[in-house]
Ligand binder design. Sequence first.
Ligand code: 2IT
Length: 450
Amino acid sequence: MDSYIKNTIDLIYDTYRTQPEFVQAVEEFLLSIEPVIRNHPEYEKNDLLMRLVTPERLFKFRVVWTDDEGKAHTNMGYRCQFNGAIGPYKGGLRFQKNVNESIIKFLAFEQTFKNSLTGLPIGGGKGGSDFDPAGKSEAEIMRFCQSFMSALYRYIGADVDVPAGDMGVSQREIGYLFGQYRRLKGNFENGVLTGKGLSYGGSLIRPEATGYGAVYYLDEVLKHENDTLEGKRIGVSGYGNVAWGIMKKAAELNAKVIYMSGPDGYIRDPEGIITEEKLNYILEMRMKDPMHCRPYADRFKCEFIEGKKFWGVEDVDIYMPAAVQNDVGFDTAKLIAKSGVKYYIEVANMPTTNDALTLLRSCDHMIVAPSKAVNAGGVGVSALEMSQNSERLSWTKEEVDSQLHRMMVNIHKESMKAAEEYGLGYDLVSGANIAGFKKVADAMMEQGLF
Ligand code: 2IT
């Protein structure tokens, strides 16, 4: 291994011992870009790698809110402005009980290269809170969002940092956050958040964009293998916004999702989650209770396997982990490798542990695609929302969708080219890391030391 890379990884392990997710993301990334580093001795002199893995800034703030009984609660809020070399910081907000500095930093780090891959001028950021939205009333959610934005508003702006949603933050939360921003600033500035409602500057297709983009990317992978989506069976973990977009677009393109999973277990629907009735039912089910997918099995008379994950099943052609980070660990990866399934298309941010990813990538029969490329359509359409806001107009569904499609084709192509340039063959993981890295590195080198 290149000594500059090795020393940097050692230093990261040493410095961030208490931030395992962050260290994991950095290590995977640095190992991938090794061939580029070897060609650029000037990077070491300019301390490029330590600068690259050190956030420009990270805000931590107290968020106090009152519940419906009038009792006060205190949570931690975060916004990490990781890298702004190629554009305003851009990335989602995650409200989930397990959120901590390590998780926010890994997401912001990944976001930097994902955003670079979109080809649009957006830097990397991420934020959120350990607030647990489960079981909270509408009024409690509103008060929490207002309090969160009261702390955050001074650090963001349409040309500074543009947050969006992530887990636990959807259009409803973005509405409350935007309302509070407007109230405090006395300025409409609708480009300051993305994922907004259509009545105040939101973009058509944004809710579906991540899932649609993932299927467009998958389509490119299949074409590369002289294969097609026609008739393909897909196993998707999760049934959230992103998984839902995958189900819908897959159905449109004559493929079908036959497995989905939730915290309570998994569903096997061999007919496919393809009808409008089924897709609408999932939306309803999630709104009522985001922790259980079992009601789907009862409603559509299919199998529900309690408390288990479906990894390892052989009756799919494609696996798409679209739930949480580190969903697939080493033992699960062994099951996936043994299943003989050819395509492993990451969708959620960092769904695979590093040892599991190494194992899957080493299987000759498998093609592995990395989440930072596959899920980039979400933030890509957020950037299109920013463009529409600054032009003060809105594009049609067809316009946004065709730009999204083009973006995903391009991300696949650029990743493929980057890997080929370094003699790595059809290696979409390294290719995405290299292509995402190069643009950020060029911008940082040209902007001088800071
Ligand atoms: O992980 C992601 O790319 C997002 N949560 C979307 C970020 C955005 O700014 O739309």
